[in-house]
Design a protein around this ligand. Structure first.
Ligand code: SF4
Length: 318
């Protein structure tokens, strides 16, 4: 795998506002492009739309937003970021570039100082380098770290996430975050039908996650939008040729049929819950509104639990 090239670009803006779940609200991405190069990476679809390569060349060029922290502080002073910021919705904020540039670290510091709630999505164990700033921020505001670990099978990890650290390193990071008192979820994302969404696979991840000290998860299934589909299916055909006809059938459209999605997510959730984990739904950080004053007339029956499809996670980060 060729080494990534890094180019520096002045940050024109730090915070973007998204209306699309799961990360509706303010988002922050210190890098454009991701040298983790996951075969299923949903960002490949955006690269196509931006006229950049989405095939095996994706992730070879990483653009670094220099001046981002100063820009962020200016935007926070103008009131942007109110309600919470999710870091890592479009690229991994703890990919190798962060070891040198430290943009994510300084953005966490700035958000913490502004008391803005922070949610981070990453596959990078480098996040534990920042335990000190995460703890400082958590003393002022809510901080949530979502570590993505869809599988603990090393062969599958190697085939689908060629530039990431192994699952066992990420589990170590989960343990260190939990030990430091940082609220930590694990994202089973994305689950691949009949590959990583099997009962055995989800049970193995869930038990490892629980043993590492995390209590919350969220789940989403694979989506194959144009740009993602071509690359993913090319790689998948090499490692799982027998499953290609089934995937062609399941993914006649970019997403699973809703019933299929609900069935698979529900089955995975049951396995995770049997291991003692709680499905938190997504990576969004929520700051609950102050409770309204109740009167006797406000008390009704408890709401029925929602049946959730991971399709509503489409468009967000894994
Ligand atoms: S899925 Fe996440 S970690 Fe993997 S290449 Fe895409 S942005 Fe990077």
């Amino acid at each position: 795998m060729p080494a990534a090239r890094y180019t520096e670009h002045a940050a024109r803006s730090a915070l973007y506002h998204s209306a699309a779940p799961p990360q509706s609200g303010w988002t922050l991405n210190p890098y454009t492009g991701c040298s983790h190069r996951c075969t299923f990476c949903y960002v490949r679809a955006f690269e196509v739309r931006a006229g950049r390569p989405s095939d095996g060349r994706y992730g070879q060029d990483v653009r670094v937003k220099v001046g981002l922290v100063e820009q962020l502080r200016r935007e926070l002073a103008r009131g942007k970021g109110e309600g919470g910021v999710t870091i890592g919705t479009a690229t991994d904020p703890y990919q190798p570039a962060e070891g040198r540039y430290r943009l994510t670290r300084e953005c966490i510091r700035a958000l913490g100082e502004a008391r803005v709630p922070i949610s981070i999505i990453t596959r990078g164990p480098l996040v534990v380098r920042d335990l000190d700033v995460l703890a400082e921020a958590a003393a002022r505001t809510r901080v949530l770290v979502n570590v993505s670990i869809p599988t603990v099978d090393e062969a599958l990890w190697r085939a689908t996430e060629p530039g990431t650290a192994p699952p066992r390193s990420r589990l170590r990071a989960v343990r260190m975050l939990a030990d430091a008192g940082i609220e930590t979820n694990v994202a089973l994302a994305p689950l691949l039908p009949d590959v990583s969404d099997t009962a055995e696979s989800v049970r193995a991840v869930s038990e490892a996650v629980r043993a590492a000290g995390a209590s919350g998860i969220w789940i989403c299934t694979l989506s194959l939008r144009p740009g993602v589909r071509e690359h993913f299916m090319g790689e998948f055909a090499r490692t799982h040729p027998g499953l290609v006809p089934m995937y062609e059938r399941l993914y006649g459209r970019p997403y699973l049929q809703r019933d299929e999605d609900v069935r698979r997510v529900s089955a995975a959730r049951r396995e995770a819950e049997a291991a003692g984990l709680v499905d938190r739904g997504d990576a969004t950080i929520r700051v609950p509104p102050p409770p309204p004053a109740l009167t006797l007339f406000d008390v009704g029956p408890p709401a029925a639990p929602a049946v959730r499809s991971s399709r509503r996670l489409a468009g967000g980060s894994y």
